[in-house]
Design a protein around this ligand. Structure first.
Ligand SMILES: [Zn+2]
Length: 964
C-alpha cells in the first residue's frame, strides 16, 4: 500500500481536477494485485527480488539487500552480534579486501558515513547501496558487493577484533538518560517478551569478549537466501537487472539444518500497571498509556485497504482534537497523540501519549482518557470527516501527480516493507483509483463504529511516566497509584459530544486591489522571467518540469534582528515565532488548518540575524492560496493572548529541561568561548530569558519589519505557467504596502576570540566525552574559495574516517564542517566535533592535529580529492533537477550579489580543483594558531564508579502481570 497515508505527507502537490473513469464493482476479498510497475520474483533457493524501472533521478540505481534477520534471532552469547555482523560487511569479503570496498564505493561517488548505508533492528538488517547506473562495469560490481554481503564475508579473527572498539564507541554514543530509562521500560513495554532482552546494540561484555566463531555462527544461520530480498529500483533495464540478480544470487544455499525463523511472541497484558521512571538527565516529562497488544498481519485485500483508509481518517480526526487541547491558554499537555501503532512486524497496540506541561501528569491523563472516551462514545462530526477526507484525497492526488517524479529511494523503501511486513504494493495508479472509489463511500457511521470498537474501554493498560528526577516545585512527580486513580476517574467521568466551531470558508473575502507589472525582462541562459511591480516589489520566475505539482517561493532582504537593540534581543529573536503561533487575520492556527483542508500551501515570514525572509511552498493549483497567505503575513497579524501563553509555557518547559542535558552546558560554553561572552552571540533560550519577552513588543517588532515589502524580490521555482501566475503576483504582491523602512543590516560587532583558547566542561554522568574545535578568521569570500573550503572539509572527513575511526578505533562518528559568510563581515568558520571516551580525548586531539598538519604540508591525496569530486558531480547532476536547489542558488546569488550563472558552470569549477588548491585552503582555514578548543568530560573522572553517577529509578504500582 502507498505508505499508509501518513508516510507520503512529505510530498508537496495539489489537486488535479480531472476525474477518473467510474469503477467496476470489485470483489473486496480478492487479494490486491502487485502493480505492473514492479517485477517480483523468487529464485529456486528462496531469495526474493524486486525490480522497478524509475528515472528519478536519472543514471542512478538504488540497491538494497534486505535480510529478514536481526537482534531478535541472537542466541544469549550473541547479544549485539546481528549489528556487529552488519559492521563486518564493510571489513573484507571474497571480492573486496578490508577497506577496498569502502574505497571503491567512494571512488564511484558513493559517500560512506557512520552506518549511513546499513542498519540493524530487532527483525531485520538492511544494506543500502545507491550507485551510478550508466557504466556496466560499475553496475556489475555493485551486484557483486551485494552478493559478497549475502554470502561472502571473510570475518577473520583480526578484522573482528579490530572492529570491537568502533562498535563500543557506537554503544557509547547511545548512553545517557534515554538509554538508562529504556532499560527499565523495555521489560514492561514488551511484557516479558524476548524483545526486551534483544536491543540491537547488545551487551558490552559480549561485544568485547565474544569468540569470532560465535559471530560466524550468526552469519551462517541467518544470512540465507530464503530470508533475503534484493531490491533494485532505478534507471536500469529490468531484464538486465534480473539477469544480474540471477547470476549473482542463484549460487546461494540455505544452511542445513535450517533454524526456524520465529517471531517472538508478546503476551497481551491483562492487568493495569503504572510505572514511574526518572533520571536526573531525563528529557521533557511525558506519559504513555499503552493498551494491550493485538496480533497483526497486513491485510492484502481491497477490504483491508479500505480498513486502512478508515483507520487513517479516524487517527487524523482524533489527533486534531488533541492538538486543539494543546493550544488552550492553560493546556492539559504541551502535545499529545493517540493511535493504533506498530510495535513489531507482528503486533500493534493502541496508545495515548502526551508531553507534559505545567499542569502535570494527572491533568494530562484526564484529558487524554476523556478525549478518547468522547470519540469512543460520540464519534466525530460530519464537518471533521469532510475535512479529513479532503486532506487525504489531496495527499493521494499529490502522489499520483508526481507518479513519474518520485525518487527511486522512496519506491525501494516501499518494496522493502512489502518483503518485511507484507505491505501491499498495487502501485500509485491503482491506489489512486481505490481511494477515489472508496473514500466517498466511507460514512460517518462507519468511522464512529470503528472508533467505538478500536478505542479500548477498560482493558489492562500500562501507564508510564518518564521525566527528570528534579521535579519543578509546582509540578510534582506523580506516583503510580495517582496515575491509575486518574485513569479510573477519567473513565467514569461524563463526557459530552465534541463541539465544533464554524470557521469561515475562505482566507480572504475578496482579493486586494491589484498592482501592475511595470517592467519585464528575460534571462534566457537561466530561463528566468523578471517582473517589476508598481509598488517596487520584484519577482523572478523560473518555471521547471522537475516536479508536476510543486511551487517553491522565497524572498529576502537585509535587516532582521540586527536592527534591534540589546534590550529587545529576545523580542526580536522570537517575534516571528510568536506571531506565527497566533495564526493569521481572524484564524487561529487550528482554524487555518480547517480553512486550508485539501489545499497544499504554507508560508513563513521571519527575522534572521541580518535578514528578513519570506518563504512558501504550494501545490501547482494552490499558488493563489500561498500568495494570499503572504499578503496576510504583512497585513493580518493576529493578537491572541491565550495562544501566546500556551506558546510561552512550552518554551519555558523546553528551556528548563534543556538545562539538565549534559550537551546544553557544552554547547553554551563552545559559543560563549568562541564569541568571548558577547551577549548578542547566538545561544539557546534559557528560562530567565523568557521573562524578557513581551507580547506587544514582539508584535511591534514584527510589524516594523513586515508592514513593508520594500526591497523584496520574490523568487518562484516550480511547476507553474508564467502567463497564469502574472495576474496573481500583480494582485497579491503588487498590492503589498512598501513604505520606507531601513533595509540594511547593522554590524553588531560579534567577533570570535583571537589566538588559541582552550576550555574543559564537566557535565553528564556516563563515560562520554566530546572534542570540539572551531577555527575562525576573516577571509575573502568568493564562490571559488567556498568551493575550496568545502573540498578541504570533505577530504578531511575521509581522513577522519580512515584514520581516527578505521585505523585507530577512537571514534564511531563525527567530523568537520565549514562555511563562509559575507554578512556582516567576510569570514570563515570550520568546526570539528568528535565524540569519544574520556580516556581517548588526548589521543583524538593528537590524531586530529596530526591530520591537520599533514593536510597543511602535503595536501590531500589525488585519490581522495577525486572521490570528493566524483561524489559532487553526481550530487550536482541530481540537484540540477530539483526545485529547492535552484531556489537556494538563485536566492543566495541575489542576496550576496553574485552571478547566478555560476550555477551552470559548477561542474567545470569542480574539475579544476587541484591538490595544491586544497593544501592552500588548509593553510588558510586550519590555522593552528587561531582556534577554540572545548572538551566535554563527565562530571566524575573515568573509573570512579562511586561518584554521583545517575541511575534511572523506577517505581511501580498495580498488580504486575504474569510474564510470558
Ligand atoms: Zn553500527
Amino acid at each position: 500500500m502507498l505508505n499508509r497515508f501518513a508516510r507520503i505527507s512529505f510530498l508537496v502537490a495539489a489537486l488535479s481536477a480531472q476525474g477518473l473513469a467510474p469503477a467496476a464493482p470489485r470483489n473486496l476479498d480478492a487479494p490486491l494485485p502487485v502493480g505492473k510497475q514492479v517485477k517480483v520474483g523468487k529464485l529456486d533457493n528462496g531469495l526474493t527480488y524486486y525490480i522497478q524501472r524509475n528515472r528519478m533521478p536519472e543514471h542512478k540505481l538504488e540497491l538494497r539487500l534486505v535480510v529478514k534477520a536481526g537482534s531478535i534471532l541472537e542466541d544469549d552469547d550473541q547479544q549485539g552480534l546481528a549489528h556487529f555482523t552488519e559492521h563486518m560487511a564493510f571489513n573484507g569479503s571474497r571480492h573486496f579486501k578490508k577497506h577496498e570496498l569502502v574505497s571503491y564505493l567512494q571512488s564511484i561517488g558513493v559517500k560512506f558515513g557512520a552506518d549511513l548505508n546499513a542498519y540493524t533492528s530487532f527483525d531485520e538488517t538492511v544494506y543500502i547501496l545507491p550507485v551510478p547506473s550508466d557504466r556496466k562495469e560499475d553496475l556489475d560490481k555493485a551486484f557483486l558487493v551485494l552478493e559478497d554481503w549475502a554470502h561472502g564475508l571473510t570475518l577473520t579473527d583480526a578484522d573482528i577484533d579490530k572492529e570491537r572498539d568502533i562498535v563500543l564507541e557506537e554503544a557509547r554514543l547511545g548512553k545517557g538518560a534515554g538509554d538508562r530509562m529504556q532499560k527499565v521500560l523495555m521489560p514492561k513495554i514488551y511484557n516479558g517478551s524476548r524483545y526486551a532482552d534483544r536491543l540491537p546494540i547488545g551487551q558490552e561484555d559480549v561485544i568485547r569478549n565474544f569468540r569470532p566463531e560465535t559471530l560466524r555462527r550468526f552469519y551462517r544461520d541467518w544470512y540465507r537466501p530464503d530470508l533475503m530480498a534484493v531490491v533494485a529500483v532505478g534507471d536500469i533495464d529490468p531484464a538486465k537487472a534480473e539477469q544480474m540478480i540471477r547470476r549473482h544470487f542463484s549460487g546461494l544455499k540455505n544452511p542445513a539444518p535450517e533454524r526456524p525463523r520465529d517471531y517472538a511472541p508478546i503476551p497481551a497484558r491483562t492487568d493495569s500497571e503504572a510505572l514511574v521512571v526518572t533520571d536526573k538527565e531525563a528529557g521533557p516529562a511525558s506519559i504513555l498509556i499503552r493498551y494491550p497488544v493485538r496480533p497483526f498481519r497486513e491485510r492484502e485485500t481491497l477490504r483491508g485497504y479500505r480498513e486502512q483508509l478508515v483507520e487513517a481518517l479516524f487517527g487524523g480526526m482524533l489527533n486534531q482534537r488533541l492538538q486543539e487541547l494543546s493550544q488552550l491558554p492553560s493546556p492539559p499537555f504541551l502535545g499529545a497523540g493517540s493511535a493504533l501503532s506498530r510495535l513489531t512486524p507482528r503486533y500493534r497496540s493502541y496508545n495515548a501519549m502526551a508531553a507534559l506541561g505545567m499542569n502535570g501528569a494527572t491533568v494530562a491523563i484526564d484529558a487524554l482518557v476523556q478525549e478518547n472516551e468522547r470519540a469512543r462514545r460520540f464519534g466525530f462530526t460530519a464537518a471533521e470527516l469532510d475535512r479529513m477526507k479532503k486532506t487525504m484525497m489531496r495527499t493521494y492526488e499529490r502522489a499520483w501527480n508526481e507518479r513519474d517524479k518520485t525518487d527511486s529511494a522512496a519506491h525501494a523503501a516501499e518494496l522493502m516493507r512489502n518483503f518485511l511486513e507484507g505491505e501491499s504494493i498495487p502501485g500509485i495508479e491503482a491506489e489512486y483509483r481505490y481511494v477515489n472509489d472508496m473514500l466517498p463511500g466511507i460514512s460517518l457511521d462507519e468511522i464512529n463504529a470503528y472508533a467505538a470498537r478500536t478505542i479500548p474501554a477498560d482493558s489492562g493498560k500500562l501507564v508510564i511516566y518518564t521525566g527528570s528526577t528534579k521535579a519543578e516545585d509546582n509540578v510534582p512527580i506523580p506516583t503510580g497509584d495517582q496515575m491509575l486513580a486518574a485513569i479510573a476517574a477519567a473513565e467514569k467521568r461524563d463526557v459530552s459530544a465534541h463541539d465544533e466551531k464554524a470557521v469561515a470558508a475562505h482566507l480572504m473575502d475578496q482579493p486586494p486591489a491589484p498592482g501592475k507589472i511595470v517592467a519585464e525582462e528575460r534571462d534566457e541562459a537561466l530561463g528566468l522571467t523578471k517582473f517589476t511591480l508598481s509598488n517596487g516589489v520584484k519577482v523572478i520566475l523560473k518555471p521547471t518540469t522537475f516536479r508536476n505539482d510543486q511551487v517553491l517561493m522565497s524572498a529576502a532582504r537585509y535587516g532582521g534582528q540586527s536592527l534591534f537593540d540589546d534590550k529587545d534581543m529576545f523580542n526580536a529573536r522570537y517575534a516571528d515565532t510568536i506571531v506565527a503561533a497566533m495564526g493569521l487575520k481572524d484564524f487561529s492556527p487550528l482554524d487555518m488548518r480547517k480553512v486550508l483542508a485539501g489545499k497544499a500551501a504554507s508560508v513563513s515570514a521571519g527575522l534572521g540575524n541580518n535578514t528578513d525572509v519570506v518563504a512558501g511552498v504550494a501545490g501547482a493549483t494552490d499558488v493563489e492560496t500561498m500568495l494570499q497567505m503572504v499578503w496576510l503575513k504583512f497585513a493580518g497579524v493576529r493578537r491572541d493572548e491565550d495562544l501566546y501563553k500556551s506558546f510561552i509555557g512550552k518554551q519555558m518547559e523546553l528551556a528548563r529541561n534543556r538545562m539538565s542535558q549534559p550537551g546544553a552546558l557544552f554547547g553554551d560554553t563552545v559559543l560563549a568561548t568562541l564569541y568571548n561572552n558577547n551577549p548578542r552571540a547566538p545561544r539557546a533560550l534559557r528560562p530567565e530569558d523568557i521573562g524578557k519577552i513581551d507580547l506587544d513588543r514582539a508584535i511591534a517588532i514584527y510589524r516594523q519589519r513586515f508592514s513593508s515589502a520594500k526591497d523584496l524580490t520574490f523568487i518562484f521555482v516550480g511547476s507553474f505557467d508564467v502567463a497564469a501566475i502574472r495576474p496573481l503576483v500583480a494582485t497579491y504582491l503588487g498590492s503589498l504596502p512598501t513604505p520606507d523602512i531601513p533595509t540594511a543590516y547593522r554590524d553588531l560587532g560579534i567577533r570570535p576570540v583571537a589566538g588559541v583558547v582552550k576550555r574543559e566542561v564537566r557535565s553528564g554522568t556516563e563515560d562520554r566525552s566530546t572534542v570540539s574545535l572551531t577555527f575562525t578568521g576573516p577571509g575573502d569570500v568568493s564562490e571559488l574559495e567556498e568551493l575550496r573550503l568545502a573540498a578541504l572539509t570533505e577530504v578531511m572527513n575521509l581522513r577522519i574516517l580512515d584514520v581516527l575511526r578505521e585505523k585507530l578505533g577512537l571514534i564511531y562518528g563525527g567530523g568537520m564542517e565549514g562555511s563562509m559568510t559575507r554578512i556582516p563581515y567576510s569570514h570563515y568558520t570550520v568546526g570539528v566535533t568528535l565524540p569519544t571516551g574520556p580516556q581517548n580525548v588526548d589521543k583524538v586531539l593528537k590524531a586530529m592535529f596530526a591530520e591537520i598538519e599533514r593536510m597543511r604540508t602535503e595536501g590531500p591525496s589525488q585519490a581522495d580529492l577525486d572521490k570528493v569530486k566524483t561524489n559532487w558531480m553526481q550530487n550536482y547532476r541530481k540537484s540540477m533537477q530539483e526545485n529547492a536547489y535552484w531556489l537556494a542558488a538563485l536566492q543566495t546569488s541575489l542576496t550576496e550579489g553574485t552571478d547566478p550563472g555560476t550555477l551552470l558552470t559548477f561542474d567545470q569549477e569542480v574539475q579544476k580543483l587541484t591538490v595544491a588548491d586544497v593544501r592552500r585552503a588548509a593553510l588558510r582555514y586550519l590555522n593552528t594558531e587561531n582556534y577554540v578548543q572545548v572538551v566535554l568530560n563527565p562530571e566524575s573522572k573515568a573509573g570512579d564508579k562511586t561518584g554521583n553517577r545517575a541511575e534511572a529509578t523506577a517505581s511501580t504500582a498495580g498488580k504486575p502481570d504474569k510474564q510470558g
